[in-house]
Write a protein that binds this ligand. Structure first.
Ligand SMILES: Cc1cc2nc3c(=O)[nH]c(=O)nc-3n(C[C@H](O)[C@H](O)[C@H](O)COP(=O)(O)O)c2cc1C
Length: 203
């Protein structure tokens, strides 16, 4: 099977619906070829992940329920360790430990990285190793010295597959730093115009 995301996600049930709705033929092309692809992080994926400040993470609980939670931090809090591995700190939250509990029983996760201003999203499937604070070789790589979060553990994620999504139905949203960048240029312009105006006033 070639496209690893399709390999994992196109189950018999999914394929059957693709047949019913006429898209199966188109998607069989993704499954042709012998060499796997969409399973190793390349420069595009690495740059995209390194520029994110948050993601959504789905785990599976013991009764089969999917559980989605948000993870966030400073830009670049998800580290690229190698072409098959990423890692991120797990900051202390409300101490329900739903994701961590789920991961002790089933190490599979689905990640969703969003770039709202550019309407781009990246989906990742992987397997998580929970890394304790007693593993400084990993934990030191995840530390963010100027960030208020308290690291409780690391998530080291072996990538199994990824896929990029189209921009459909994504509304552009901007962070405060994004807005400040644009507003800063406008403020400079206003200051400049105000000083020109002041010079025009009769003395
Ligand atoms: C004081 C405090 C209260 C929180 N309350 C909630 C909450 O009600 N719902 C929620 O989804 N996250 C809440 N959070 C954020 C979560 O604790 C955080 O996202 C954590 O990583 C969730 O992990 P889990 O859902 O896997 O247990 C809270 C965080 C703190 C520090």
């Amino acid at each position: 099977m070639a496209h690893k995301f399709a390999d994992i996600m196109f189950t018999d049930a999914v394929k059957s619906i693709q047949i019913d709705y006429g898209s199966r033929k188109m998607y069989t092309r993704m499954e042709q070829g012998t060499a796997d692809y969409n399973n190793l992080i390349g420069p595009n994926e690495a740059a995209f992940i390194s520029a994110r400040d948050s993601l959504y993470m789905a785990t599976i609980n013991e009764t089969g329920w999917p559980y989605v939670q948000h993870r966030g931090g400073p830009v670049g809090f998800v580290k690229i360790l190698d072409e098959k591995t990423i890692a991120m700190p797990d900051f202390r939250g409300n101490r329900q430990y739903v994701s961590v509990g789920n991961l002790t029983k089933d190490d599979r996760i689905s990640l969703f990285f969003m770039d709202y201003p550019n309407k781009i999203r990246l989906k990742i499937l992987g397997r998580v190793a929970l890394v304790g604070l007693d593993k400084p070789d990993i934990i030191t790589k995840l530390q963010m010295p100027n960030y208020r979060g308290h690291i409780e553990r690391g998530f080291v994620i072996k990538i199994e597959a990824f896929d990029w999504n189209c921009p459909q139905h994504i509304t552009e949203r901007y962070t405060l730093p994004d807005i400040e960048k644009s507003v800063c240029a406008l403020q400079d312009k206003i200051t400049d115009l105000e000083s020109q105006l002041a010079n025009l006033k009769p003395q």
